[in-house]
Unconditional design. Sequence first.
Length: 176
Amino acid sequence: MKYALALLYLVLSISCVKPRRLNNEITKVELARGGAWSDYGATISIDSALDFQYFGDHGGIRQGYFKGKVSHQLWDTLTQKLEQIKYKAISPTPETKVADANYFELIVYWKNSKKTISRAWHVRGDSVLNLLIWLDSRYKTLKLVQVNTPLKFETTDHGMSPSLKDVKFPPSNKNY
């Protein structure tokens, strides 16, 4: 009987322990999307305190400034995905410029450092781009509250979309 009570106590003790969060050094992540002519863009920010901030420009699903919370599970999944792509070592900028393509700017913060990574949506099969697209859609599944005061983000869409003078168009096949 005393072994049964000891076993019961052990099982109850283990079941009441909260799952341990992953120990990672990432403190904050910001993502901006913009550049496509039909997309007005959006910006999100998630930090290790699980605070979520969102800004969507006119024309999007959510328009304006919003705040909310994310789960520990989402934060841990995000940081795991960033570790998997080796965010500290990857190339910061896209290789090509394309008109009318979504461009993403990701800033990852840790300790006293940060890394900015940019990618264009037109590049298929890129694990970095897959992560950015996944992260960009997280706001659709969260309960967010609209706020009247502007939120501050460090991301910017300056230069994410190439200017028309930088884009190379193929020559026409017809002689006019």
